[in-house]
Design a protein around this ligand. Structure first.
Ligand SMILES: C[S@@+](CC[C@H](N)C(=O)[O-])C[C@H]1O[C@@H](n2cnc3c(N)ncnc32)[C@H](O)[C@@H]1O
Length: 380
């Protein structure tokens, strides 16, 4: 099938390359064949990514990328043997991966491998561009289609705990590499006086902590400080406790089930919210509670997806990912809760700052950023 010609021939006269007659286009609108061809080409590329979701996850689960990373280039048979998988499946998987540009292929030797860049995306746990968690997230979002479609009809929400598959695992995995690469090295140091304070000790609340990766990383970096992670999802809190044990920080980290607007404690030196404010049903009540729970000169750090303030600022690849995830996960999560403000994952700094100011924070600024996140600092 020559996909380069599909759009052009269908657009010009309604006949496709194999002679079939395409549905008539809207007669009121003239079809620009070049634009149609560009659109269809782009969508074919998008579909290639979508079709790759289960394949990447299988490669990850069976260790196929890991084996490719470790060795010299391998034939399909050699890879199948190392991974303990059936050669015919592995051969077809490799062909798809080579066509996707996810593995290298040497046609002369019939061998496949991973370039250093491909390895960073598919085979290194702490790489800043380890994107395997994003494929898990895409799968979880797909599994949620029926629930979200029903919510579109009813206007209601989908509870965080009711999401299909292990959305929490996908989120935890995808976000963890951001925290491993940025949180201690650049985000905390960008805040005013916070690292000095935590080095001396202090108390930190990590609100909406999920699986607790951010909490554990901070506790590893600041052994004199005391950390409590709060989340309203019981399963996530259990996993967070297991993470604390696995990393040997359970002496200074605890995790409790609590909502963002009534978590216990006070006089915190630092309250953090990682990628969760926009998921809350009532982010304004949470901001008020955080203001109240802080020590007089404490800091609220909230990390939110990078976004401009207007829709037209966000019509690019990152905005596309964020709006899609927001439609399937963030908006339904918020609408399932009281108030249901549903800020969405592209709320923008102006709106977020307004929430902080309304809660009584006199100082608000963007402390630092990455292509994916804004690190916001609010102080009384
Ligand atoms: C996108 S996840 C981020 C989790 C974690 N902070 C991370 O970065 O991996 C959003 C989290 O907010 C939590 N959440 C949503 N609404 C909440 C509420 N009202 N109170 C407390 N936690 C809430 C969810 O359970 C989920 O763990």
């Amino acid at each position: 099938m020559d996909h380069d010609h599909i759009a052009t021939s269908a657009g010009r006269n309604g006949a496709t390359t194999d002679g079939a007659v395409a549905p008539a286009p809207n007669p009121a609108a003239a079809v620009d064949a070049a634009k149609l061809e560009a659109l269809v080409s782009r969508i074919l590329s998008d579909l290639g990514g979508a079709f790759s979701v289960p394949l990447v996850r299988i490669g990850d689960r069976l260790g196929l990328y890991r084996h490719l990373r470790e060795g010299v280039a391998l034939t399909a048979e050699e890879l199948a043997e190392r991974a303990g998988a059936a050669p015919r499946y592995v051969a077809e998987w490799l062909a798809a991966q080579a066509a996707s540009g996810y593995v290298t292929y040497d046609a002369q030797g019939g061998r496949f491998g991973l370039s250093p860049e491909q390895a960073m995306v598919f085979a290194h746990d702490n790489s800043p561009v380890d994107l395997r968690g994003a494929f898990d997230l895409a799968a979880a979002m797909g599994g949620n289609t029926d629930l979200v479609a029903e919510a579109f009809r009813s206007g209601g929400g989908v509870g965080w705990g009711d999401q299909a598959g292990c959305l929490f695992c996908a989120v935890g995995r995808f976000f963890r590499q951001k925290y491993v690469n940025n949180l201690v090295a650049s985000w905390l140091p960008a805040l005013d006086g916070v690292t000095e304070r935590l080095a001396r000790g202090g108390a930190v609340a990590d609100v909406g902590c999920g699986h607790g990766h951010s909490t554990v990383l901070m506790a590893q970096a600041y052994p004199k400080a005391r950390f409590t992670g709060f989340d309203f999802h019981e399963g996530s809190i259990e996993e967070a406790r297991a993470q604390a044990r696995a990393h040997g920080v359970e002496d200074r980290v605890s995790f409790e089930v609590a909502t963002a607007k009534d978590f216990p404690g006070g006089s915190y030196d630092l309250v953090t919210c990682f990628d969760c404010l926009h998921d809350l049903g009532d982010p304004r009540a949470a901001a008020r509670r955080i203001r109240q729970a802080l020590a007089p000169d404490g800091t609220w750090m909230f990390v939110e997806p990078m976004a401009g303030d207007r829709l037209e600022d966000n019509l690019h690849p990152v905005g596309r990912l964020m709006y899609s995830a927001s439609t399937m996960v963030c908006v339904p999560t918020s609408l399932d809760q009281e108030v249901g403000e549903a800020l969405g994952a592209q709320a923008g700094e102006a709106r977020l700052g307004e929430i902080a100011r309304e809660a009584g924070f006199g100082r608000f600024r963007r402390a630092t950023e990455t292509p994916f996140n804004m690190v916001l600092e609010a102080r009384p």
